[in-house]
Design a protein around this ligand. Sequence first.
Ligand SMILES: [Zn+2]
Length: 135
Amino acid sequence: MTTDADLRDIVVRLAARVAASDENDAFRDAARATGSLPVYCDMGGCLVVSPDGDVLRFDPESGSTETETDPRWRLLARAKASRRYPELASLEPLRPEDAPECFECEGTGLLLGLDCKRCSGLGWVDNAQPEPERA
Ligand SMILES: [Zn+2]
């Protein structure tokens, strides 16, 4: 069982490790700028997990960080974080009982070795999504 305090410690520690690493420039820069843990970067910026478990989007062009509001990106970020870091297993999205297997990747979450775009690498599709989160 991971408490909120544990999660905070883990994310801060992992973010510091990424910020000090030269493995991936985009990840490193995002970690340094946000103090959060980068889990995915593309042309639109980097998705990072903040110490309180929120999913944010860092824009390296402007240096701004905003809460990611698209539920599919939030799902993808949580899936990636939980898969890459076993310590963050508590972030793994729960599969709803009625969520069907993804037909694109046949439930494996992978297409040609990359995360399946349709299901964000989960292997299942949440029919309830995308429903914008209500504040
Ligand atoms: Zn899929």
